[in-house]
Write a protein that binds this ligand. Structure first.
Ligand code: TRP
Length: 395
């Protein structure tokens, strides 16, 4: 069973529950925290948000679209109803951590197998409103973040990346306005927990994250087509925005966006929190050196192993809380090898130092490759992605 969940079709009521519902876990677009060492109780969250877990049947359906080990031929792919991918990032920090890459790795894979346009929204306005950052500072951080996103392997002929501060206007703003007219203060209070002393900027913002779900926001890509369906790969904390979007879509005669959520990469100290850019000892940054990665994992990665070698050999390690194992689950490609590691660590045959060595190597490789690709990106290429342009698709 995958950790990823997708919204079900019934998820379109507003005022569902506020994000501080009935569990101890706090998951909303601004906070992620829980009390359990095994991390967020996604099963409870799924019920609270009205999502559904991706089960084997759905995975099988997904896989049936792909011949094993092979991409569908483009003739077959183009025979499918066309759709586009939309995701985004709030540029809040100059240094991304490996957890930030997770939704982009997955987005890149979706784009590769389906060969569809991708839109990436940089919500510099959101971070201005919530984090009190300076406008000029944000501009620089946005471009830095875009470089990291491009380094995940995207292609400017298939991808448009925009900052809200620059792209706001014309077709996009018209959609923002239409959404703003349809959603009341009462509704965003219910969804996001806004109060009377929140700035009016925050209250109006959700419409800005909703609007790119509609193809009419991008006439340079979709021409006059207003009905191209959208799939949004994102972390599950972004769900409230899209519950709102799915509610307004039919009233605007637009298709509802579909969602596919990723879970959070846990912090080094344990799965009680997600990795956070502001805590260097709790995160592995994409700028870390091989040595820094090694030291961080050895020093800070929470271990589910025994206190002593004897105890570990006797009782085995607990993969559910062991951060090294959890990271391998995210980043190691080989299923058989992962199953072997789980078995050997749980039985006590594989020691904590040994599983740490495995995750160190894996992270060093991913980060080093990322750094090489990022270094090769110049200002010209940034411009190619960020200037409104027609993509290599005909609509
Ligand atoms: N709000 C998101 C963040 O803070 C950024 C974002 C904008 C986004 N549009 C999106 C994320 C669509 C996922 C999908 O990171």
């Amino acid at each position: 069973m995958s950790d990823i969940v997708s919204t079900s079709d019934g998820v379109n009521q507003l005022n569902l529950e506020s994000s501080s519902g009935d569990t101890d876990d706090v998951v909303d677009p601004w906070n992620v925290a829980c009390n359990s060492a095994s991390g967020i109780d996604y099963d409870k969250l799924i019920v609270r948000f009205g999502c559904t877990k991706i089960d084997q049947t759905l995975l099988d359906r997904f896989a049936s679209l792909l011949p094993p080990g092979e991409k569908l031929h483009r003739f077959l792919r183009r025979g499918l109803k066309p759709f586009f991918l939309y995701t985004g990032r709030g540029p809040s920090s100059g240094s991304l951590h490996v957890g930030h890459l997770v939704p982009f790795f997955f987005t890149k894979w979706l784009q590769d197998v389906f060969d569809v346009p991708l839109i990436i929204q940089m919500t510099d306005d959101e971070k201005f409103l919530w984090r009190g950052m300076k406008l000029d500072e944000l501009q620089k951080i946005t471009l830095d973040n875009v470089r990291d996103i491009i380094a995940c392997g995207f292609d400017p002929d298939k991808t448009f990346i925009f900052s809200d501060m620059s792209y706001m206007g014309e077709a996009f703003y018209k959609n923002v306005l239409q959404i703003q007219r349809l959603v009341t203060f009462n509704q965003v209070k219910g969804i996001f927990g806004f109060g009377d002393s929140d700035s009016i900027g925050k209250i109006a913002f959700p419409a800005i994250q909703a609007a790119p779900s509609f193809s009419s926001s991008f006439p340079h890509i979709f021409g006059s087509k207003k009905d191209i369906p959208c799939l949004v790969p994102c972390a599950i904390d972004q769900d409230p925005y899209f519950r709102m979007t799915r509610d307004v879509a039919p009233r605007l005669k637009y298709p509802k966006p579909a969602l596919i959520h990723s879970s959070f990469l846990p912090a080094l100290a344990g799965a009680q929190t997600k990795m956070s850019a502001s805590d260097p000892n709790n995160s592995v940054y994409v700028t870390d050196t091989a040595n820094q990665i090694k030291n961080k994992i050895n020093k800070y990665a929470y271990s589910g192993g025994g206190q002593t070698i004897e105890e570990h050999r006797e009782k085995g390690g607990n993969c559910a809380v062991d951060i090294s194992y959890q990271y391998l689950k995210y980043f190691l490609e080989d299923d058989d090898r992962l199953a072997e590691i789980e078995r050997d660590y749980s039985s006590g045959q594989l020691l904590t130092g040994e599983i740490k060595k495995l995750v160190i190597e894996e992270l060093q490789k991913i980060v080093a490759e990322h750094q090489v690709r990022r270094k090769a990106i110049n200002d010209e290429q940034l411009k190619l992605f960020m200037t409104p342009h027609k993509l290599n698709f005909n609509f």
